[in-house]
Design a protein around this ligand. Structure first.
Ligand code: KG4
Ligand code: ZN
Length: 341
């Protein structure tokens, strides 16, 4: 393609409404996120119907404001990428419908993006991005997966969680400790006051070969510890740090296996739990031990955002992939179904 491609990204798969414009030559031009945290806080978790309704209210105003701030008009867009799954079906449908119909009205291509592919490619938005092939650890609220990545759409699953995702385990344990939603960052904050020597939590599934994970037992271990030792402030902080260390350590052990098995020298970490400071530090040590390079998105692009959706959509558009007029949202969608680029 001779002219630069400017892709609008729309993300509405869960509780963040996000929009961004990515230019294949100039990079990320603008992005904005509206978080629904306050809306769901009193319910202790995301209420799907409230999420969908709020996306309807927020997406277009957010988009208008983004274009205004970037000094762009709708006519400057060359394609529209939207998260088509996986996620909450009602929430997804808002972004899919707005994205697909806007593309139709502007007579430009529409690109349906897989949310986890967005997360996986988010480190590409950073200066000095990772080079293919690499190992990717995807750790979000809904997924925990280790992948061998040869290129866009060329993903081989090495291991995944057989029960709770890492972020889900953070959120559930945080709730148990009386922390508000969303629990992951709150638990990490509480852990700062914890004594790491007091409790030692198990590292699930590290005593057998393979790269699958299981995090639901850690949550039960936290609950039992809480019952046995009481729920005073110090005990809660001590449980938080023991839990956080166990998750970071378990993830690091499986990442080490992935590096050793494949001989690859780049480890990419993406998804909300990738914002966790202790995990970052632990993986940094692992990378040093293996003379490997560790790549993260900036913390704000670890959690849900539209910059990653615009980027992933742009790669697929440049490869000639886009959607027919019919649109589809998929609550479940395996990454193995994605075509290679
Ligand atoms: O990727 P993400 O924003 O949304 C999904 O696609 O799921 O991930 C959200 C998850 C939540 O479970 C949240 O608690 C967790 O990421 N999270 C964290 C941190 N920041 C977000 N977990 C631990 N430490 C953090 N700093
Ligand atoms: Zn996500």
């Amino acid at each position: 393609m001779t002219k630069p491609q400017r892709i609008l990204g729309i993300e509405t798969s869960c509780d963040e409404t996000a929009v961004a414009v990515y230019d294949d030559r100039a990079g990320l031009l603008a992005h904005d996120i509206y978080s629904q945290i306050a809306l769901h806080a009193e319910f202790g978790g995301v209420v799907p119907e409230l999420a969908s309704r709020d996306h309807i209210r927020k997406t277009l105003p957010l988009l208008k404001n983004l274009l205004k701030q970037a000094g762009l008009g709708l006519a400057d867009l060359d394609g529209i990428a939207y998260t088509a799954g996986p996620g909450l079906i009602g929430a997804l449908l808002v972004g899919v419908t707005i994205g697909r119909s806007l593309a139709y009205a502007l007579n430009i291509p529409a690109i349906a993006v897989h949310h986890m592919e967005g997360h996986l490619l988010a480190p590409m938005l950073e200066p000095d991005p990772p080079q293919f092939p690499f190992i990717a650890l995807l750790v979000s609220g809904g997924h925990t997966q280790l992948m061998q990545v040869q290129g866009v759409g060329r993903y081989q699953l090495l291991g995944e969680s057989l029960d709770d995702a890492a972020g889900e385990a953070f959120d559930k344990t945080a709730k148990m400790l009386g922390l508000p939603y969303p629990g992951g960052p709150e638990l990490a904050r509480l852990a700062l006051q914890g004594n790491p020597q007091r409790f030692s939590f198990p590292r699930p599934m590290t005593d057998r070969p393979g790269m699958d994970f299981s995090f639901s037992g850690l949550k039960t271990f936290a609950l039992n510890t809480l019952h046995e030792y009481g729920a005073d402030a110090q005990t809660r902080a001590d449980i938080a740090i023991a839990f956080e260390i166990a998750v970071a350590e378990t993830l690091a052990i499986k990442c080490r296996r992935a590096l050793e098995l494949t001989g690859l020298k780049t480890l990419v970490v993406a998804g909300g739990v990738g914002a966790n400071r202790r995990l970052r530090e632990r993986l940094q040590i692992l990378a040093q031990q293996h003379a490997a390079r560790l790549c993260f998105p900036r913390p704000e692009f670890c959690t849900d955002n539209a910059a990653m959706i615009a980027y992933a959509g742009c790669q697929r558009l440049l490869a000639g992939q886009h959607e027919p007029l019919a649109f589809n949202a998929k609550a479940r969608w395996a990454m193995s179904e994605l075509p290679a680029v």
